[in-house]
Design a protein around this ligand. Structure first.
Ligand code: ADP
Ligand code: MG
Length: 695
């Protein structure tokens, strides 16, 4: 084999130097000592042996055991990144990619971007020829297949956090299984925090498959191996509430303050559902802790968090203070926080749900699974025995919560997923090998929609010049086709890409570029509940009668006029980091348009052209106002769903007759977000095939 053998025992004979009394002292431990104290350290040789000898190694180990940060380093040390290939490690979340890469660079004493790099959508921090370990989102690795279908750059690909079962993780697993058939020497490591390894092992079991190269003894075994990393967590005492709580946010805040008052030192981790919740809780905690707040140091943790705030979360609290981290689901398994002793679990998270009948995908605040609840509780036992306060009853835990979450492919719209598969040359979408197959209706709906926006033809083939795949994987594709694909895959959402491409003919690509970039960041607003009034006023200042997308344009222009001032952003409840991202993404998209030969044109004061471009992208979400006894409700053209404008929209009070929206949120009812007013006459013009058949 061209690969080095696993290191022999005596290379690593130091072993664990001493039993860890409590890693609370980790601040005093050298990084090297800390690394050696991790559970995975003892398994280093077994791991390297398995990677050497089997195609697929499944590693199970609880959060904090060292899977993400250590395994790639062991692989480098064993020579897997010698030569021209490197090691990839995927994460479902961008924020995990960034923090983990930074941590590993620190452990290896190198600058981030050299030996250790990372890649997330719109941001590639690595150096070809130098980088040996690359952390990246699963989505970005899938995108890399457009250029390098067999991912030949990589000797080992580690798919991390597989237990999360995100759509892109599942899709990646299916694609990697395909790649493995063509590249039997490729090693896969699938890492998971929970023990559902058997289904993954069965999925990757190629041992029964006949293959000519079987005789080649240098190839690894095609039967997957499973390695369990023994945990070292402490006991966590679970408390339940006696009666269901009606306001989980307030309950979380009062429980947190009670812990602070009653319990000995140790940091607190609070699980909420989204950025709005987190901001609101932060405000409530600081309001209510007025007198006692000297002793606490409260920090938010969510996906769109600015870089500087991310660093605070991972560094120790100021001397004598108790750190309180208010987080979304992110802290469940994807990032490791030191020093947590108390967990407050509201029992909810924001989840995607797709209804193929009404054809809407909505974000819903819904109960987590028992497996998630256990993960959350586990975060309290990292450094010493801890406590978890569940804000739901024991009865609810036992009888109402599902044992495990339903994989995301079974509860999402698959429009962008199917487009990506098509772009990768996978023609028979229905026969794609999924770990858990999505509902057939969902696939059909996605195909219908891709046909409606003109990406697929009536044979469900990519329309020219998007098409032109010659093999199962597109080894060649003409240049223009490739670029157009790049736009679609870059934008992730095909509807945004459609809008951008449509803007060229409408003479407003300059404006729509800004809108597309603004739609690609988490949120340009900072909406802390404590600043609600201020926030409303700020939004009023930029509000456009045509809707939220045009409002983004106003914000962007005012931001440029402020000379990109951070202070200006703060005064206007705008997220400065997000605006910098908008600038950056805009520049990247603009280069893409140039390469495509689409000139940048500005429509000036002519807003209608922009609205038309928006309608061209989002026409499938067209909705008509219906005045009824229940108040102003809209009905979607596709699916006939009754839906309201979300209060966060600038059109909340305006209620234009016809609108298109970008996304749906489901709470007490369906709400549309990011809404734009349109003229219904455009619809038949933009998509005659789509609207005529429905009249
Ligand atoms: P796993 O992937 O198994 O959940 P990780 O490799 O993420 O575990 O973490 C292993 C250890 O590395 C943690 O227990 C923690 O001590 C340390 N660690 C990880 N990330 C950071 C970070 N950003 N800052 C400080 N320490 C970290
Ligand atoms: Mg991890």
């Amino acid at each position: 084999s061209s690969y080095p053998s696993a290191a022999r025992d005596d290379d690593y004979s130091e072993g664990v130097p001493f039993a860890m009394p409590s890693s609370y002292q980790s601040g005093y431990m050298s990084i090297e000592k800390q690394r050696q104290s991790l559970p995975i350290y003892k398994q280093q040789n077994s791991l390297l042996y398995l990677v050497e000898n089997t195609s697929t190694t499944i590693v199970i180990g609880e959060t904090g055991s060292g899977k993400t940060t250590q395994i790639p380093q062991y692989l480098v040390k064993a020579g897997w990144a010698d030569g021209n290939q490197l090691i990839a490690c995927t994460q479902p979340r961008r924020i995990a990619v960034q923090t983990v890469a930074a941590r590993v660079a620190e452990e290896m004493h190198v600058n981030l971007g050299l030996e250790v790099g990372y890649s997330i959508r719109f941001e590639e921090i690595s150096t070809p020829g130098v980088t040996k370990i690359k952390y990246l989102t699963d989505g970005v690795l899938i995108r890399e297949m457009m250029e390098d279908p067999l991912l030949t750059k990589y000797s080992v690909i580690m798919v991390d956090e597989a237990h999360e079962r995100s759509v892109s993780t599942d899709m990646l697993l299916g694609l990697l299984k395909k790649i493995q058939r063509r590249r039997p020497e490729l090693r896969l490591i699938i890492a998971s925090a929970t023990i559902q390894a058997t289904s993954i092992a069965a999925f990757f079991d190629n041992s029964k498959q006949r293959q000519l190269v079987d005789k080649d003894k240098s190839l690894p075994s095609r039967k997957p191996a499973i390695l369990s990393v023994e945990g070292r967590s402490h006991t966590v005492l679970i408390h339940y509430v006696e009666e269901p709580v009606d306001d989980y946010l307030r309950a979380a805040v009062s429980t947190t303050l009670l812990i602070h008052k009653m319990e000995p030192s140790g940091d607190i981790l609070v699980f909420l559902t989204g950025q709005d919740d987190v901001d609101a809780a932060l405000q409530l905690i600081s309001d209510e802790a007025e007198n006692g707040s000297e002793g606490i140091f409260v920090l938010p943790l969510y996906a769109g968090l600015p870089r500087s705030d991310q660093e605070l979360v991972f560094s120790p609290a100021p001397r004598g203070k108790r750190k309180i981290i208010v987080s979304t689901n992110i802290a469940e398994t994807s990032v490791t926080l030191e020093g947590i002793v108390y967990v407050v679990d509201t029992g909810f998270s924001k989840q995607r749900f797709y209804n193929p009948i009404a054809d809407v995908e909505a974000l819903v605040v819904a109960p987590i699974s028992r497996a998630s609840a256990q993960q959350r509780a586990g975060r309290a036992g990292r450094v010493r025995p801890g406590k978890c306060f569940r804000l739901y009853t024991e009865d609810f835990f036992m009888h109402e919560m599902q044992a495990e979450a339903v994989p995301e492919v079974r509860r999402s719209s698959l429009v962008s997923t199917i487009l990506q598969l098509k772009a990768l040359g996978i023609d028979n979408i229905m026969r794609f090998d999924w770990l858990a197959s999505p509902p057939a209706e969902t696939m059909v709906r996605a195909l219908e929609l891709l046909y409606a926006i003109g990406v697929l033809d009536s044979d469900a083939k990519l329309t020219s010049p998007l098409g032109l795949q010659i093999a199962e994987l597109p080894l060649s594709c003409n240049h223009a086709g490739r670029l157009k694909l790049l736009i679609f895959s870059t934008m992730k959402e095909p509807m945004v890409a459609k809008m951008l491409l449509a803007s060229a003919a409408l003479g407003c690509s300059n404006e729509v570029l800004t809108i597309s970039a603004s739609l690609s960041v988490q949120s340009i607003w900072v909406s802390g509940k404590g600043r609600l009034k201020e926030f409303d006023e700020a939004r009023e200042r930029f509000a456009a009668a045509e809707g939220d997308l045009i409002t983004y344009l106003n914000v962007y222009e005012a931001f440029l006029a402020s000379k990109k001032s951070a202070q200006w952003c703060h005064q206007n409840c705008i997220n400065f980091q997000a605006m910098k991202q908008v600038l950056d993404i805009r520049a990247q998209l603009s280069r893409l348009l140039q390469r495509l030969g689409i000139p940048l044109k500005s429509s000036g004061k002519e807003i209608q052209a922009i609205q038309k471009a928006v309608a061209s992208g989002f026409f499938v979400n067209a909705s008509q106002l219906e005045v009824s006894a229940e108040g102003d409700l809209y009905k979607t053209v596709r699916g006939g769903l009754k839906i309201s404008i979300h209060p966060s929209s600038v059109l909340f009070r305006a209620t234009p007759k016809w609108v298109v929206f970008k996304s749906v949120m489901l709470t007490d009812r369906h709400y549309m977000r990011e809404v734009t007013a349109i003229d219904p006459a455009w619809l038949t013009e933009i998509a005659p095939h789509f609207f005529q058949c429905r009249k």
